[in-house]
Write a protein that binds this ligand. Structure first.
Ligand code: ADP
Length: 400
C-alpha cells in the first residue's frame, strides 16, 4: 500500500511516500519557510534531488507542490494520485483522548482542536496540514498518528504529579510523554533483533537527539517515560534543561525579573547542552570542544550521560528487571563516546558494552558482550515507516 506520510510544522513540512509492502521509500522531501520569504521545496525520488525556490504562502500551496512533485514525469514517483491509498499525519499531542492512531473524521478534528492548547506550537500546524490534505485529496483516508499515544498505557502512579489533584482534573496537568512513535518502533525492532516476543520483554529505550526521552517499555507497553506535560523534563537535551527542581524556576524569575514566557523560552531554547557548555546545542560540536579541553563542554556531556544512566537504572527498578537497553535518534545512533560513557557503571545490572562492536554508527546491531545478561542495542529509528505502517493497518481494517 502506498502511504503519504506528512509531518507538518508551523513553517515547514516533511513528507515521505512509502510503499508499506516492501517498506520502501519511493520519494521524500522537505518544504521550508512556508509563509516566509525564500520558501523552498527539496524533493528526492528515483535517485534525483530537485530543489525549487518559489512563493509558498501557506500549507495548502505546500501540499500542492508536494503532489505536483510526486506526479512529475521527470522526478516523480506516481502516475496518478489514485495510487495514494492513505495519508498518515504525525500529530504531536493527542491528550488523553487518543491511545492509538485513528482515521480522521469530523469528530476527531474537533477533538484535535481541543488538544491544541496542550501543544500550542505543534498541534495547530498539524491541523492545518490535515485540512490542506483533505482539500487536495478529498477521497483519500487520512490517519492521525500521535507522539503521545504510545505512552497512554502508563499507570496513574507514573503520570500523576505530586500537585493538587484538581490541576489534573481542571487543566489536564499530567505526564503525557512524547516520541511515542519512535519508542514504539524501536521496541518492535528490538523484539525482532532479540528473537523474542515483545510481550515478554523489559526494555529501556533511549531516544537521544535534539530532543530526548527515555522510556520503560514492559511487555510492549510504555509504563513510564522521562518527558512529561511538556517536552522539558528528563535528561538534558540540545537546548532544553531536563529535570530542574521546580523551586528554582520562580526564584530565577524573581531574581532576574523574568516573565513566565521569558522563563519558558530559557527552559526550552537556552538550556541543556547549549546552556551548560555555552558552545552549541549540537552534540558533535560539544564533543569536539570537550576533546579540545573545554571544561564546560565536558561537564555538559557528563550530565547528559549521568542523567541517562540514572533513568536506565530507575526504569530497571520500575520494571523489576531489564532485558535490553536500546539507543536511537541522532546521538543514540551515532555517538560512540556518549553510548560508551552512558554504559559505564551499568555492569552491576548485567549490561556490558563491547567497545569494538560499539565503534559503529547508524546500523541495527547488538553491541553488548556475549556474557552481558542485558543486551545493548543500537536501532536507527524510523518514525515515518511506523506512521505508514499504522496508517496502512487502520485503512486496511476499514477496507476489509
Ligand atoms: P531531532 O530530535 O531534531 O530529530 P536528531 O535525532 O537528528 O534530532 O539528533 C540530532 C543530534 O544528533 C544532534 O545533537 C547531533 O549532534 C547528534 N549527532 C548526529 N550525528 C552525530 C555523531 N556522529 N556524533 C555525535 N552526535 C551526533
Amino acid at each position: 500500500m502506498k502511504v503519504l506520510v506528512i509531518n507538518c510544522g508551523s513553517s515547514s513540512l516533511k513528507y515521505q511516500l512509502i510503499d508499506t509492502a516492501g517498506e520502501q521509500v519511493l520519494a521524500k522531501g522537505l518544504v521550508e519557510r512556508i509563509g516566509i520569504e525564500g520558501s523552498l521545496i527539496t524533493h528526492r525520488a528515483r535517485g534525483q534531488k530537485v530543489q525549487q525556490q518559489t512563493e509558498i504562502p501557506d500549507h495548502k500551496v505546500a501540499i500542492k507542490l508536494v503532489v505536483d512533485a510526486l506526479l512529475s514525469p521527470d522526478h516523480g514517483a506516481l502516475k496518478s494520485l489514485d495510487e495514494i491509498a492513505a495519508v498518515g499525519h504525525r500529530v504531536v499531542h493527542g491528550g488523553e483522548k487518543f491511545a492509538d492512531s485513528v482515521i480522521i473524521n469530523d469528530e476527531v478534528m474537533t477533538t484535535l482542536s481541543d488538544c491544541a492548547d496542550l501543544a500550542p506550537l505543534h498541534n495547530p500546524a498539524n491541523i492545518i496540514g490535515i485540512k490542506a490534505c483533505q482539500g487536495l485529496l478529498p477521497n483519500v483516508p487520512q490517519v492521525a498518528v500521535f507522539d503521545t499515544a504510545f505512552h497512554q498505557t502508563m499507570p496513574p502512579q507514573a503520570y500523576i504529579y505530586g500537585l493538587p489533584y484538581e490541576y489534573y482534573e481542571q487543566y489536564g496537568i499530567r505526564r503525557y510523554g512524547f516520541h511515542g512513535t519512535s519508542h514504539k518502533y524501536v521496541s518492535q525492532r528490538a523484539a525482532k533483533l532479540l528473537g523474542r516476543p515483545l510481550a515478554d520483554l523489559k526494555l529501556v529505550t533511549c531516544h537521544l537527539g535534539n530532543g530526548s526521552s527515555i522510556t520503560a517499555v514492559k511487555d510492549g507497553q510504555s509504563i513510564d517515560t522521562s518527558l512529561g506535560f511538556g517536552t522539558i523534563s528528563g535528561t538534558i537535551m540540545g537546548t532544553r534543561s531536563g529535570d530542574v527542581d521546580p523551586a528554582a524556576i520562580p526564584y530565577i524569575m524573581e531574581q532576574a525579573g523574568l516573565s513566565a514566557a521569558e522563563m519558558n523560552d530559557i527552559l526550552y531554547k537556552k538550556s541543556g547542552l547549549l546552556g551548560i557548555s555555552g558552545i552549541s546545542s549540537d552534540a558533535r560540536d560539544v564533543e569536539e570542544a570537550a576533546n579540545n579541553g573545554n571544561q564546560r563542554a565536558r561537564l555538559a556531556l557528563d550530565i547528559l550521560c549521568y542523567l541517562t544512566r540514572k533513568y536506565i537504572g530507575a526504569y530497571a527498578a520500575a520494571m523489576g528487571g531489564l532485558d535490553a537497553i536500546v539507543f536511537t535518534a541522532g546521538i543514540g545512533e551515532n555517538s560512540v563516546t556518549i553510548r560508551n560513557q552512558i554504559c559505564q557503571g551499568l555492569e552491576f545490572l548485567g549490561a556490558k558494552l563491547d567497545p569494538t562492536k560499539n565503534n559503529t554508527r547508524g546500523q541495527e546491531i547488538d553491541v553488548s558482550t556475549p556474557d552481558s545478561t542485558v543486551r545493548i542495542l543500537i536501532i536507527p529509528t524510523n518514525e515515518e515507516l511506523m506512521i505508514a505502517q499504522d496508517t496502512a493497518e487502520l485503512v486496511g481494517k476499514k477496507v476489509n
